[in-house]
Design a protein. Structure first.
Ligand code: 8DG
Length: 134
């Protein structure tokens, strides 16, 4: 089973969404930055590498799982983990980045798999705002 890890990179009550450029079927749609875990890596190492490659972020702190594991095509699964990192992300592989608050999550055209994670993302952001996650 191939694992794809995505980062719920949270800052000031918002999460970073990134707009894909490839393949054509996914271009223009939003995802959480990340990618496939390579052999010899654990999920935290894979996320740290992907956030360096995709966003030029160093010193990424990888935290707990967020939301359900989502089944993708070709025997892959998507797992999201909460992340923190200092510094401004730079879009090296995406064509847009956006910090999204809990009330705006639904407005983006997310990849299909990510839709299953949105309720947990909203709860994570609401919790961070101190309003509780009810
Ligand atoms: N990074 C990421 N990938 C996602 C998300 N949701 C989702 O369905 N995917 C899918 C899209 C891709 O088929 C796959 C990740 O591929 P990728 O192109 O981002 O990562 P990668 O560089 O490791 O892939 P590859 O070039 O080795 O094929 O997972 C998400 O939120 N983040």
């Amino acid at each position: 089973m191939r694992i794809v890890v995505g980062a719920a990179l949270v800052r000031e009550g918002r999460v970073l969404a990134a707009r894909r450029t490839r393949p054509a079927s996914a271009a223009g749609r939003w995802e959480l930055p990340g990618g496939a875990v390579e052999s010899g890596e654990d999920e935290a190492a894979a996320l740290a590498r992907e956030l360096r490659e995709e966003l030029a972020l160093a010193d990424v702190a990888v935290g707990d799982r967020v939301g359900p594991e989502v089944t993708l095509s070709e025997g892959r699964v998507l797992r999201i983990r909460a992340c923190r990192a200092d510094g401004e992300p730079t879009a090296l592989e995406h064509d847009a980045l956006r910090w999204v608050g809990p009330d705006d999550l639904d407005d983006l055209d997310w990849l299909d798999a990510d839709r299953a994670v949105l309720p947990a993302l909203a709860a994570l952001l609401d919790g961070g705002r101190g309003r509780g996650a009810t």
